[in-house]
Design a protein around this ligand. Sequence first.
Ligand code: FAD
Ligand code: NAP
Length: 448
Amino acid sequence: MSDLSDPTLSPGEAVCIIGAGISGLTAAKACCDRGLPYDQFEAGSAVGGLWRYENDNGRAAAYRTLHINSSKHNMELADFPVPDDFPTFGHHSDVLQYIEDYADAFNLRDGITFTTSVERVAPMDDDRWSVTLDTGETRTYGAVLVATGHHWKPRRPDFPGSFQGREMHASDYRRPEDFTGERVLVVGIGNSACDIAVDLCRVAEHVTISTRSSAWILPKYILGIPLDQWTGYWMEYLPWWIRRELFRLLVGLAVGNQERYGVPKPEHDLMQEHPTISEELLAQVGHGRVEVRPNVERRDGRAVQFEDGTAAAFDVLIYATGYEIQFPFVPDEVLSVENNRVAFYRYVVPPAWPGLYFLGLIQPLGSVFPLVERQAKWVAALLNGELALPPPEEMRRTIEDTVNRMKKRYHDSPRHTIQVDFWDYVHRMEREWQAGKRRAQTPRGRRS
Ligand SMILES: Cc1cc2nc3c(=O)[nH]c(=O)nc-3n(C[C@H](O)[C@H](O)[C@H](O)COP(=O)(O)OP(=O)(O)OC[C@H]3O[C@@H](n4cnc5c(N)ncnc54)[C@H](O)[C@@H]3O)c2cc1C
Ligand SMILES: NC(=O)c1ccc[n+]([C@@H]2O[C@H](COP(=O)([O-])OP(=O)(O)OC[C@H]3O[C@@H](n4cnc5c(N)ncnc54)[C@H](OP(=O)(O)O)[C@@H]3O)[C@@H](O)[C@H]2O)c1
């Protein structure tokens, strides 16, 4: 078996990058910067992934009114400043423009084969990877960088009974006009649910949100400063419960008690969930335009019964119940993901499979963009031989620690398997870089 902790690409080997969203593009830029040869495949006809409205990749999930909820300061890539006229919380079209400009600035489009899906990625006996495309062609690579996103496969509960109206997942929601005059139930109280409920409440006859855990509804701004600007580099040095108390004070000042608006207090504490950020939900609940009820107990024709014994009739049920992490092109013997649980070192490296890397498989409080840029640079430096990984046993121990920390910190839900604190992750990756450099300088066997 080769040295799993030495991922250096052998001479003549190339990298395969799957996907041309922000994760795939930062990976391509990092490969270019280090002179690593690569091929990049994208199922759709253009770059941008999730941020391309009506993307023709068969995975479009953005709705017309979607605005990013990470502020522009927080989403900025280290290698590519956000333009001065970019709104603080850009529309999906602004975000797409930024991604397109990034691709053009570094001439990344030329390296992408569009409208080509990767159908299978399988390990070979010599630690290389065979990649099969939907064209039928199979190619061999020294490393595969999976950047295929994790917000495309709907997770959908199967409540008892049946419903005779329209049922759909949030990923198929596009525009409010399609629901004019209808009675809509949105299941869930994450960011999709809140955005959609607020969108619909102006045109629908009535909008209800049903929730099993409720959520802390956070504002986009506190005292005029974007929410994610209140958490800074320095904060990482404080124990998280102190950060939580500071946060509680700030949110208390900005919002007050959400029960007074009509949104129940969650049983879990603040910062024990992926943040639900909505500037408008509480106001619309206060206006009576959005009602909040407990979880669905059963569906019965047009009626839905809730767990508190109440019932109401609806025309449409929208399941804003999140997404499943899946990599359908990776065989089960390499990776089988259940309940969104993945066990990757630094959320990137499966310790048993040298040469396979996953980018963008994190959910931060803050933006994915600069974090995935760091991941991409780290992986390119590993492939380049500048950095090395720890031995697999150490990677497994670190993964176990990470999982245990996450279990203590977040309320138990498949939503919270890849959760990271923005600055905590930045620090860990910086320390990882330094440790990787030291490891690379010690003599060891090379993959050949
Ligand atoms: C509604 C919504 C709002 C969001 N808002 C925010 C936000 O405010 N801030 C934030 O940081 N993040 C947000 N996110 C998270 C979002 O996923 C990231 O911002 C970002 O899009 C992740 O980029 P990615 O490249 O990893 O994945 P994607 O953008 O999903 O791109 C993946 C690409 O891979 C391609 N692909 C997939 N499979 C294959 C295959 N087999 N072969 C070839 N190509 C393939 C796809 O076509 C796609 O282009 C949001 C997510 C959702 C659903
Ligand atoms: N404007 C924006 O920037 C924006 C908009 C939309 C989405 N996003 C991002 O996109 C990602 C996905 O967000 P999302 O809101 O679609 O999904 P999500 O964050 O996973 O939220 C899913 C919601 O559905 C509930 N739920 C899940 N399974 C359920 C079940 N079986 N029965 C009842 N309720 C269930 C969850 O409750 P529990 O907590 O009890 O599990 C939660 O309230 C997140 O990263 C989010 O930040 C961003």
